[in-house]
Write a protein that binds this ligand. Structure first.
Ligand code: FES
Ligand code: FES
Length: 156
């Protein structure tokens, strides 16, 4: 089947989508957007997190057909052209990336938290990121990055 979906602000079509194919697969393999990662394909790790109609969702748990007519924003859509989103900049500056497999999902989740919560507490950050697993960093640098991005947002 063909799926029509708006991705990062552009109307896109994914062809030859099979029934039960995940949105994650369609994004990566049919639409040329490999930023969202497939680490568990079971909704456990958050590495595939994208915005779906403005809400973070595990794209491995969404059938591509369910995205018909909807809006998806992936990690590739966070930056403004060549300019990184402040959350991305903070992850770079804080060294919050090791292997990077968890990073796209964490960026989308952190981006959402900062957009809807002014000056989030550590508890709020931890709760927001609870569905995003990282095997490498020990989370401290990730927390630092989210704190930094949130603090910068407060100042603008
Ligand atoms: S790949 Fe989707 S939650 Fe792990
Ligand atoms: S940086 Fe490797 S899983 Fe998070």
């Amino acid at each position: 089947m063909r799926v029509n979906v708006t991705v990062n602000g552009e109307p896109r079509q994914a062809d030859d989508v099979w029934e039960g194919e995940s949105l994650l697969y369609a994004l990566r393999e049919r639409l040329g957007l490999p930023g969202s990662k497939n680490a568990c394909e079971q909704g456990e790790c958050g590495s595939c997190t994208v915005y779906l109609d403005g809400q973070p969702a595990c794209s491995c748990l969404v059938a591509a057909g369910q995205a018909e007519g909807r809006e998806v924003r992936t990690v590739e859509g966070l930056a403004d052209g060549e300019r990184l989103d402040p959350v991305q900049e903070a992850f770079v500056e804080c060294g919050a990336v090791q292997c990077g497999f968890c990073t796209p999902g964490l960026l989308v989740t952190a981006h959402d938290l900062i957009a809807r919560t002014a000056d989030p507490s550590d508890a709020e950050i931890r709760e927001a990121l609870a569905g995003n697993l990282c095997r490498c960093t020990g989370y401290e640098t990730i927390l630092d990055a989210v704190r930094l991005a949130a603090a910068r947002k407060e100042r603008v």
